[in-house]
Write a protein that binds this ligand. Structure first.
Ligand code: NAD
Length: 454
């Protein structure tokens, strides 16, 4: 029998961060992972997508380079080589994580774990026919692609989820993307930049519905002009082979229509993965996700949860922060730190990319928070002008009208993902605009837009 301070189920950003932190503090930890460490983010999410998107961007830029006074002829790409490079990037990063977990206090078990029983003192887990005991359990089982109840979707070889799309060795000749959220718009970017005709079907009146809509409209205008077919307020009624039946108020005659493409990528959200946890029948759930407090504690005394399985914000950096706070609190390293959910940055890797933190103008309105909204095109930055021919971009800052603190920043324009952290810092620390103005940004960088807007 193996006995540990903590058992962690799931080796994604939450699980491996927690395992590293606890084991480095001298606590014996067992980490179970059924696939590869790194989880969705590293193996079938953020990193492979960004690797492919970078290749697509190189090709796209090379074919749109005359505006910078450069001529490039006979530019082509090799999708197989892009995929190969993606696999190498992922493999190296997975090896790096394994290396970080390689210490005497961390046991890495490859297999699907399930909880057998739990008391307030001990959790018993089974994996590969072996039994493990731990004082504490941290659940980091992540999420899986949600399959909507659309007739014809299940077991249809023409239908992909994001994992299928990332694994494909050949580019589809055409693609319909169901769901204009983060995954949908990143894949729309990838395929469009590689010359694949793309149609996006979004049920809501707008794509990326949770983001600042003025920022989104900059992307929408560019993508529509570039030929991406974006259908909003559109419902998928059914799928038959590679034919999608839709209903949309914008279609002629009230409302039906058929679209055909070689592949149909469905990206309509993800759901918490609770497999292997059936024995924890007292575990409190809310809409299928595990309920946690500010320190990742569930309603069961020695059970904690972090990452997508908590349904809070499904982002790798949130998962990692939750894990840090959970372990820090448990080991009494950071007794009072809570996760600042109001200051979590997020990025959508479209081209141009979108980065945001804090509340939007629309959210402030719905919360009846009086705000002053500042706006500037990104062209107020000299570096942006030099490097983004034909683009205007947009930077918006939502400021509390009473105390002048920075509540949110929303940007579109490359490379805003690289400096949104500065805005997160201002929101996290509750900086007023006057305090933020004292921060000096290097010249010439696009980040100076955060100073210009103050
Ligand atoms: P999402 O919630 O971002 O978007 C899903 C979209 O599908 C929504 O716009 C929704 O209105 C639409 N939709 C739902 N049902 C529909 C239907 N039947 N027909 C048409 N449209 C429908 O979810 P996602 O894009 O699947 O991403 C999943 C999670 O992964 C998100 O939490 C996301 O933040 C995260 N993620 C983050 C990044 C990043 O940080 N860059 C990248 C990829 C994924």
């Amino acid at each position: 029998m193996n006995r540990f301070f903590m058992a962690i189920i799931g080796g994604g950003p939450a699980g491996y961060t927690a395992a590293e932190k606890a084991s480095k503090a001298g606590k014996d930890v067992v980490l179970f992972e059924q696939n590869a460490v790194g989880g969705t983010c590293l193996n079938v999410g953020c990193i492979p997508t960004k690797s492919l998107l970078y290749g697509a961007k190189q090709y796209y830029n090379a074919t749109h380079v005359t505006k910078y006074g450069v001529t490039a002829e006979n530019v082509s790409f090799d999708f197989g080589a892009m995929q190969k490079r993606k696999t190498i990037v992922v493999r190296k990063l997975v090896a790096g994580i394994k290396q970080r977990l390689n210490n005497e206090h961390c046991t890495l078990v490859s297999g699907a774990a399930s909880v057998i029983s739990r008391t307030d003192e001990l959790v018993t887990i089974s994996c590969n026919g072996e039994t493990y005991e731990a004082q504490n359990l941290l659940i980091c089982t992540g999420s899986t692609n949600f399959v909507p109840p659309i007739p014809g979707i299940k077991d249809n070889p023409a239908v992909w989820d994001s994992t299928d799309a990332l694994a494909a060795t050949d580019l589809p000749k055409s693609i319909i993307i169901v769901g204009g959220g983060v995954i949908g718009m990143e894949f729309a970017t990838l395929y469009h930049e590689l010359g694949v005709p793309v149609t996006v079907i979004e049920a809501m009146p707008t794509i990326l519905p949770n983001l600042d809509q003025e920022v989104v409209s900059v992307l929408l205008e560019k993508y529509k002009k570039a030929g991406i077919n974006i259908l909003t307020s559109t419902k998928v009624e059914s799928i038959d082979g590679n034919e999608v039946s839709i209903s949309s108020p914008s279609l002629q005659g009230g409302d039906g229509g058929r679209l055909v493409a070689e592949r149909i990528l469905v990206s309509v959200g993800r759901r918490a993965n609770l497999q292997g946890l059936e024995a924890l029948n007292d575990l409190e759930l809310n809409r299928g996700a595990i309920v946690i407090d500010d320190f990742c504690k569930t309603n069961l005394p020695n059970v904690f949860a972090a990452g997508d399985v908590t349904g809070k914000i499904m982002l790798a950096h949130v998962a990692a922060r939750q894990a840090e706070v959970c372990i820090g609190r448990l080991l009494k390293q950071i007794p009072l730190q809570r996760i600042a959910y109001n200051a979590i940055p997020s990025v959508v890797y479209t081209n141009p990319e979108i980065a945001s933190v804090g509340i939007t103008e629309q959210q402030a309105e719905s919360m009846s928070i009086p705000t002053e909204v500042r706006k500037l095109p990104m062209t107020f930055s000299g570096r942006f002008m030099a490097e983004n021919e034909g683009e205007t971009g947009l930077c918006k800052m939502v400021v509390d009208a009473k105390n002048h603190s920075v509540l949110g920043v929303h940007m579109i324009g490359n490379p805003c993902s690289e400096f949104i952290a500065a805005a997160s810092f201002a929101v996290r620390m509750g900086y007023t605009t006057a305090e933020f103005e004292q921060v000096v940004f290097p010249h010439p960088t696009v980040s100076e837009i955060l100073h210009e807007i103050l």
